[in-house]
Design a protein around this ligand. Structure first.
Ligand code: M6R
Length: 609
């Protein structure tokens, strides 16, 4: 969480940093700050609240200088306030930080003993004082940074400047993401790619324990210990436009509407129709390798965990291999039974989620082979695993995940086909059917998106409800969970997702004439059962919002509102049902006047445990 940006070059740093921070605001938005080196003096502006407040401040009191660092914060240590906002300064040293320094209390007490006084409650300020202390005893800026980094325990991505070296910018990483943009003789540093995209697509991804010193139009990469490194930039395909709203009122709405395009990109170049197979370019697992696994574990958090639950359904159904799904934050604390016969699949949009990354490391330590499904190219998880399936959804900026979710499921379907074909558990006819379904999917999604207005009317109708229940069965149960999570996250309405059959074991007690119940009821083999559940809700006065298959004429007398999705195979139906649920949460949030893209207390990438 938190976003950091740095710039060094011939342009004025302030507008570049401010723009970069705008595209990183999804990482945290309780305060923000910028420092530029104006000739030889660092000049700092900070403000509490959203970036807008900082923009106003720098409009009134502009910052000059061709070197600068900036930060947008998601509070961990110390409340959101101007004093706790970054950059933090100690003597000549000014820095911004993303991560958590676990031994900051010990360092703070040592430094206090040496006469340092601290202005903020943050762990970050300690780093600035540590560097300052070393410089006081004669160590040069760069070496003082190296020596200090070696004393830190925890996670950091840092951008650092010093009054003593006004032409130098230093950046370093361990545990938190950091990317360097290379643009001729100017350089950019950021927590995530979109902040740099308007300036360059040539990027270097720092590894843990690495740092870079920018000076005299050059970037010198090295390990923190001082071993020089040669790092070549990678070309990133994302276009700057992908990280803009393109006329939509919110990023979330834009991302919902671009799902057909995102799915096409996930499929692009991967479908082998004739062979009834798929090509997964970075999977790095042979047929023999795939045949060697006796079980699969999938780990993920939040929305990605919901797609993992769908993955279990798909893999067990088509590949007849046992699949266990874990919430990543629980995985390594329960002594999981895994070894070389286990394939672990980690799902993460950002590729930076601390809990998922920790689960990946745990699995690798125990000898499991690890494959990731990630959206962000060259993210920490993508780099630490044995193989990766990129979803190619493009940058997802809205905190509520939408296009990442559907493309994760598409990636899981592709992997299911690959696994099924490699292990002979899926027939050629079956795999061709699934491929045909996938190829039809973007067109069907376009059709479902025409429900937008109808969903808005439903949102208006139910806007005063205080609680919602979401019910689904089988492969659509995770869609019920996901629908409820979306509503909670952005409209702050309490919502629960349940398997429909479980309702009578408890949740049915909640049902009265105030309770909207969203029921996912496709015309599939479980239809009769879901229909009975719906009757049970209606009989208790519950207000049913039914999501059904086009042409289902029987459902309207059991439901107060009905949304029909096109008839399609059971395996892609969840992808279509998820769209009206995303739209419902979106419109509820807009009607309540909430901040859709930056809901309270949340951050896009959860890089702390
Ligand atoms: O980047 P990841 O997929 O690892 O993120 C996992 C969750 O933090 C994320 O899905 C979260 O639940 C979203 N806010 C859901 O909309």
């Amino acid at each position: 969480m938190c976003g950091i940006v740095g710039y060094i070059g011939q342009q004025q740093a302030m507008p570049i940093i401010l723009d970069g921070l705008k595209s990183l605001e999804y990482r945290g938005y309780d305060s923000a700050g910028i420092c530029t080196m104006d000739k030889t003096r660092p000049d700092i502006r900070r403000s509490r609240g959203k970036l807008f407040n900082l923009s106003r401040l720098v409009e009134a009191l502009p910052l000059r200088g061709r070197i600068g660092i900036g930060h947008t914060r998601w509070a961990t240590h110390g409340k959101p306030s101007e004093t706790n906002a970054h950059p933090h300064q100690a003597g000549p040293v000014v820095l911004v930080h993303n991560g958590i320094i676990e031994n900051y209390l010990a360092l703070k007490s040592k430094l206090s003993g040496l006469g340092h006084t601290f202005k903020s409650e943050t762990d970050t300020e300690v780093i600035a004082h540590l560097i300052e202390q070393k410089m006081k005893s004669g160590t040069a800026f760069e070496q003082a940074v190296r020596d200090s980094l070696r004393e830190l325990k925890g996670a950091y991505a840092l951008s650092i400047v010093s009054e003593t070296d006004p032409d130098t910018l230093i950046a370093a990483k361990s545990g938190s993401p950091l990317v360097v943009g290379v643009g001729g003789k100017e350089f950019f540093v950021a927590s995530d790619i979109p902040a740099i995209l308007p300036h360059t697509r040539e990027m270097v991804f720092l590894e843990d324990g690495e740092m870079v010193v920018f000076k005299n139009g050059q970037a010198q990469f090295s390990t923190v210990a001082g071993v020089p490194l040669k790092k070549m930039p990678k070309h990133i395909d994302w276009s700057p436009l992908m990280a803009e709203k393109e006329g939509f009122r919110h990023f979330m709405l834009k991302e919902i509407f671009e799902q057909p395009r995102a799915v096409r990109d996930t499929l692009s170049g991967r479908i082998l129709e004739e062979e009834g197979d798929v090509y997964l370019e970075d999977l790095r697992l042979s047929d023999a390798g795939l045949r060697g696994f006796t079980r699969i574990c999938i780990v993920a958090c939040g929305t990605s965990w919901h797609s993992a639950l769908i993955g279990k359904f798909l893999l067990e159904e088509h590949c007849r291999i046992p699949v266990e799904v874990d919430i990543a934050s629980e995985f390594r604390y329960r002594n999981p039974v895994i070894g070389p016969e286990t394939l672990l699949i980690a799902i993460s949009q950002s590729g930076e989620t601390a809990d998922t990354l920790a689960a990946v490391r745990e699995a690798r330590t125990r000898g499991a082979r690890v494959v990731a499904i990630c959206n962000v190219i060259e993210s920490s998880i993508a780099r630490e695993v044995d193989g990766v399936i990129y979803t190619h959804a493009g940058p997802e900026i809205g905190v509520a995940s939408t296009k990442a979710f559907v493309t994760q499921i598409v990636a899981l379907l592709l992997f299911t086909i690959r696994m099924g074909r490699a292990t002979d558990s899926m027939s050629l006819i079956r795999s061709r059917e699934l491929l045909a379904d996938l190829l039809h999917l973007p067109g069907l999604m376009d059709q479902v998106l025409t429900l937008n207005e109808a969903v808005r009317d439903i949102a208006l109708h139910f806007i005063h409800a205080r609680d919602f229940l979401y019910l689904g069965r089988g492969i659509n149960y995770p869609i019920a969970l996901e629908g409820a999570l979306k509503l909670k996250e952005i409209s702050y309405i309490h919502a629960e997702g349940y398997p429909s059959g479980e309702m009578k074991h408890g949740p049915i007690a909640l049902i009265d004439d105030q309770m909207p119940v969203v029921v996912i009821a496709p015309l599939d083999r479980l239809y009769g059962k879901v229909e009975s559940n719906m009757q049970e809700v209606a009989a208790r006065g519950g207000r049913v919002i039914a999501l059904c298959t086009e042409g289902d004429r029987d459902i309207s007398d059991k439901a107060e509102a009905v949304l029909e999705i096109p008839d399609c195979s059971e395996h892609i139906a969840p992808l279509l049902f998820s769209i009206p649920l995303q739209l419902l949460a979106y419109h509820m949030s807009v009607l309540k006047g909430n901040d859709v893209d930056q809901p309270r207390n949340l951050a896009k990438s959860v890089t702390v445990e």
